[in-house]
Design a protein around this ligand. Structure first.
Ligand code: GLA
Length: 527
């Protein structure tokens, strides 16, 4: 009895010291896991499923910190490695910060990624960060990731993408990201209410963190779907092929809603007007769409076939929206994107490297008229139809766009508005150059929307940000001056860390959601 009591007591003591060590670690850093392996425990990691040949073991001959670390050997494929399960430990839709140290003996690229299976059963693999290692420990510094909503089999995993060599892991830590939006700053949508809508763009991934959703709800009253309404995302190749093989009709490209659903549901629920983007573009459109028998390796189709495919595609997209998203206010749609070169000529025919399959098949930019005719024919009620382009302030392109809209609108109004993407840099274009373009576009009498505003700076220091603030302020002053013609200003993204030009910090909010000087410069004096 005495013996039994002592053994219970010892077990209790072992457990309680073990847990209190872990608990105090949690409290200090709100860490989900903080593994330096010094306690000898590697059980939080496993190989990547039953087909992974890896052997995971504890080594004690010198980690990144201390002596212990996790070693992954016997790998047979580059994807073989170590994984850490997030389910039950992390909250869906929440953001976390991960860091770790890795080591490979031979020169290798070691990567950390996240995988999950979505509710439709599709697997996703998203890289978080990679580093090079040759014989030395390399720290992979803190990086944010968001736990997907409704996902299963959610893991962070580490692999050596250079081959099947061994690698080690140490100081693996996941912390909660405690950043939140600033509630006490003005809302852009309110500040600019009497002038134009103030919007942003988001992809499904960017919209996953709850904090980003809160930022959007507080600041913006227009949302552009960053990727998921582009042909690459909407076109359903297998349904299209199946239908074509069954009916013998190779002119009907079928569509599916895909990832756009999540963003559209968010817009419907929160009553946020949507800019559709984009129907007809040389980029992010699959090659098979333009090829005989919908075959990637087929020949280009002839113009008549392509006209039919274009008509059916536009009809199918708009019909799907009318049927499934009658609760969404699509107030504008980019019908054609980026058809003109800076010197006012059409793009080169072909595919890839900026060449256009549309020009390849039509011989020139005459496809634009068809696109607007079909968009008008099948349009969603209340949705304005836009021509959208970048470098729109370069004279050759400004003139080509104005000539085109005047010509296409001469018999009946096909184009409602001009979208100025406005991917700017604090050095170029100058304010007067930008204003000349806004003025020239306004003289067409059409609606103008700034559709993808961001302004990069090579200097992300405090003084660089002041300079950027001045530039943003001057651009917004121009847009307010012409606000009779401008119905929306949309920035291309929410926080700098998620921007497509992240290295040059082009947006209004920092990665921790705090407002940047350029935010304050454009709300000051107007609120
Ligand atoms: C262009 C497109 C956008 C987007 C950006 C880059 O401006 O119109 O859809 O792809 O490039 O993010």
């Amino acid at each position: 009895m005495k013996k039994q009591f002592i053994s219970i007591l010892i077990t209790f003591l072992i457990f309680s010291t073990h847990f209190s060590k872990k608990l105090s670690m949690f409290a200090e850093s709100s860490a989900i896991i903080s593994a330096d392996f010094e306690d000898g425990d590697i059980s939080m990691f496993s190989k990547r499923g039953e087909y992974d040949a890896s052997v995971l073991e504890l080594k004690k001959d010198g980690g990144n910190s201390g002596s212990n670390y996790l070693w992954v050997s016997d790998r047979k494929e580059t994807w073989n490695g170590a994984q850490f399960g997030l389910e039950g430990k992390c909250t869906e839709g929440a953001q976390y910060i991960v860091s770790l140290a890795v080591k490979a003996d031979k020169a290798s690229t070691v990567c950390l990624s996240m995988q999950h299976t979505d509710s439709s059963g599709e697997d996703h693999y998203n890289n978080i960060m990679c580093t090079e290692s040759q014989g030395k420990w390399v720290k992979m510094n803190e990086k944010k990731f968001t736990v997907p909503t409704g996902g299963k089999n959610v893991f962070l995993y580490i692999e050596n993408i250079s081959g099947t060599d061994d690698f080690g892991v140490d100081d693996f830590e996941i912390k909660e990201d405690s950043s939140s939006i600033e509630d006490n700053v003005p809302s852009l949508k309110d500040v600019y209410k009497s002038h134009f809508k103030f919007g942003t763009a988001t992809t499904v991934d960017e919209l996953t963190p709850k904090t980003t959703q809160q930022l959007i709800l507080k600041q913006f009253n227009s949302l552009t779907i960053g990727n998921e309404l582009k042909p690459d995302y909407l076109l359903d190749k297998s349904a299209t092929l199946q239908n074509a093989q069954k009916t013998g009709d190779y002119t009907n490209p079928l569509v599916k809603i895909g990832g756009a659903a999540q963003i559209l549901d968010f817009c419907a629920k929160n009553d946020i007007p949507v800019r559709g983007h984009v129907l007809v573009w040389h980029s992010q459109t699959p090659g098979w769409f333009f090829k005989e028998k919908f075959d990637d390796n087929g020949k280009w189709v002839d113009k008549d076939t392509m006209i039919k495919r274009m008509e059916n595609y536009i009809k199918n997209v708009f019909d799907m929206m009318k049927k499934q998203y009658s609760n969404v206010n699509f107030y504008a749609w980019d019908v054609v994107n980026e058809a003109w070169e800076d010197d006012g000529s059409p793009r080169k025919p072909g595919e890839g490297n900026g060449a256009s399959p549309w020009v390849q098949i039509f011989g020139d930019n005459s496809f634009i008229k068809y696109a607007f005719q079909f968009a008008k024919k099948y349009n969603i009620e209340g949705c304005k139809l836009f021509y959208n382009d970048y470098n729109e302030y370069i004279e050759g392109k400004t003139k080509a766009i104005i000539k085109m809209v005047n010509e296409l609108n001469s018999e009946e109004k096909l184009i409602d508005g001009i979208g100025m993407q406005s991917h700017l840099d604090v050095q170029f274009p100058g304010i007067s150059m930008y204003e000349s373009a806004v003025k020239a576009f306004s003289q067409t009498g059409l609606d103008i929307q700034v559709t993808e505003l961001d302004a990069t700076t090579n200097d992300c220091s405090a003084s660089g940000f002041e300079n950027q603030a001045k530039y943003y302020n001057d651009i917004l002053d121009v847009l307010v001056k012409y606000s009779k013609f401008v119905s929306a200003v949309v920035v291309w993204g929410t926080t700098d860390d998620k921007s497509w030009r992240t290295a040059q910090c082009p947006l209004l909010f920092n990665g921790d959601y705090s407002a940047k000087p350029c935010f304050y410069s454009i709300v000051d004096g107007l609120n």
